[in-house]
Design a protein around this ligand. Structure first.
Ligand code: FAD
Length: 305
């Protein structure tokens, strides 16, 4: 319980998804502005399978680049696309100034759990996509990892072998699928280290805005819902206020326990909402940072001109 007395330095990153409507765009930007002063290491923007959000992801990443001082990471999937199409997207991002990608295979359009078929002229999986990215430029590359195993993977050894191949091809960070069982995360990191993989395995944390939805999604992506977690949210379907307090308590408990286990980096699935993530970051010791000196200096120079 050392953290309760001292405050280690914590690094965070935030994940957003590209908005579909103007209203959603407003919500996203309000969240970006609320969270930006916490000085995340980077913010990432998801990419719909098969490029279904290609334009919207690009637009969001470009706005982050041009309107904020945040460093964006563009998610990119290779499912249902030829190498040529994917490479074109990569080059477009590079021309916009993007230097960091989250390289993913993605799921077939028919949904998670459906047997994956690589595009005949495409990158077969994230391992190949990482190599493809590196062949184009020396980008920073993050990838996925699964503390409770990817649902299509026959065993942990296969999963960790895939992770190792992604690292061998140039990935330097993995963000995990969300999980609620910290023991499972710790066991996974031990397995990864035993396999000779030393990149950061950053826990993916999802604050629970809607337990019913998360429970449904968990079943599809292989994250378990412990009985104690289901019990905490029992009967709160029509009580958003209590649900929100419980969600904050559950999430702070999870991250503080991870800090006690030595974790210092967190990747938050924000769902484009800032309130819970902001509170959890506050509990982790993060405080709004003043504007960077050169920015202030530039503003001052502009004002006195
Ligand atoms: P890979 O790493 O290529 O493979 C995943 C697993 O499948 C492997 O670990 C392995 O166990 C098994 N596997 C794959 N190929 C083989 C093979 N040839 N032989 C044996 N086993 C194999 N999805 C989106 O559509 N857009 C996003 O923006 C997005 N962002 C994500 C961000 C994070 C941090 C995470 C964890 C997931 C994200 N996903 C996203 C979901 C992801 O696309 C799915 O989980 C998908 O099913 C696998 O993608 P991957 O990159 O993990 O695949």
């Amino acid at each position: 319980m050392a953290f309760r007395q001292t405050r280690p330095r914590i690094n965070v990153s935030f994940e957003f998804f590209p908005p579909k409507t103007e209203k959603m765009e407003e919500t996203l930007w309000a969240s970006v502005q609320r969270l930006a002063p916490l000085a995340p290491e980077f913010v990432s923007v998801t990419y719909g399978a098969g490029g279904s959000t290609r334009e919207r992801t690009h637009h969001t990443v470009r706005r982050i680049l041009t309107e904020t001082r945040l460093k964006p990471a563009a998610h990119l999937t290779c499912v249902d696309a030829s190498r040529q199409e994917v490479d074109e997207v990569i080059r477009q991002y590079r021309d916009t100034g993007v230097r960091h990608f989250v390289a993913l295979r993605g799921d077939s359009a028919s949904g998670v759990g459906e047997k994956y078929r690589p595009h005949p002229e495409g990158y077969a999986n994230a391992v190949e996509l990482v190599a493809g990215l590196k062949a184009i430029d020396d980008f920073e590359i993050s990838v996925s990892a699964y503390p409770e195993k990817h649902p299509e993977s026959p065993d942990f050894a296969t999963d960790i072998d895939m992770l190792k191949r992604k690292v061998d091809n140039g990935a330097t960070r993995a963000m995990t699928q969300f999980f609620f069982d910290n023991d499972a995360y710790e066991r996974f990191v031990e397995r990864v280290r035993r396999a000779g993989i030393y990149i950061p395995i950053v826990p993916g944390i999802v604050p629970i805005h809607d337990f019913t939805k998360i429970a449904r999604f968990s079943a599809a992506c292989g994250a378990s819902i412990p009985a104690w977690l289901a019990e905490r949210f029992e009967g709160l379907e029509k009580d958003p206020e209590t649900h929100s307090h419980v969600a904050a308590a559950v999430c702070s408990e999870q991250v503080l326990d991870l800090v006690d286990r030595g974790v210092r980096d967190f990747h938050f699935y924000t769902m484009n909402r800032a309130e819970l993530v902001y509170s959890i970051c506050h509990i982790l010791g993060l405080r709004p940072q003043p504007e960077e000196p050169e920015e202030n200096a530039a503003a001052a120079a502009g004002a006195s001109a």
